[in-house]
Design a protein around this ligand. Sequence first.
Ligand code: NAD
Length: 290
Amino acid sequence: MATLLDGKALARQLQADMTTRVADLRAQHGRPPGLAVLMVGDHPASAAYVRNKERACDRVGIASFGKHLPAQISQAELTAIIHACNQDERIDGILVQLPLPAHLNAVALLHEIAPDKDADGLHPLNLGRLLREEPGLRSCTPAGVMRLLAAYDIALKGRQAVVIGRSILVGKPMAMMLLAADATVTVAHLYTRDLAILTRQADLIVTATGCPNLLGADAVQSGATVVDVGITRVENADGTSRLVGDVDFAAVEPVADWITPVPGGIGPMTVAMLLQNTLTSFCQRLGIKD
Ligand code: NAD
């Protein structure tokens, strides 16, 4: 039976460590680190994610400057709000909650966030720094995966890793981080033929597709590490709903050595990395050692 990679427990521990650090920084510098989460419209899943992030900020003492904006907001209005956050000295991290309504150009908006306040690590400058293996703010979800693997001493150097999904949010930065850790990385996606042939050779599989049951026991070699980033809400027969990942957990758990649960795996780690990025920005902006 695989051992659980318990992201929830690690995230709790990281948040406890950050609480002490934030209290010290606040006492020394007269203000806490601040995070602005900009949410547009009423997307129910996004609203839940934003609530989670704001609660986590409260727990560690980071000030949140969240803005819930109307779905009809224009590109120019949202750009002006981002510029105001860039100028606001109390704000160290800015996050635009995705997805945005179709009339807004998310990529153009992400370009407007000051790179040193880019809490989600999605500005081209920070993505370029990742590509060059230079220090910079890193995308929270793949950074959370790396932090979790490190906490359990999962070796990566020279290992075969398969990343399923090639989004700019998860798959691509994940592949870059694993490469930087000296893994041999294959990136699979919707048009990959014979996915199971690739994954069966992998020491590490990170899947981020949003396709429930994409990965079954026949696609995983014995002893592999399986990280499930996917989150999909599915209906139960009785009309209630639950969150599932991309992995058929019950089938893969007996085959793998290490596995992340959904929920309680990468979701909480993503939030912990967002707080960490806000803390890092605060320290960098004030010229303090992180
Ligand atoms: P996305 O839709 O932008 O990308 C999905 C990727 O999966 C694409 O690259 C696509 O090519 C690939 N894909 C889709 N179907 C596939 C298939 N059948 N076989 C192989 N590849 C396939 O999504 P995203 O933003 O990268 O998010 C992916 C998943 O991760 C979603 O379920 C999302 O909810 C979840 N997510 C979780 C967290 C977290 O904190 N745990 C954070 C971000 C995203």
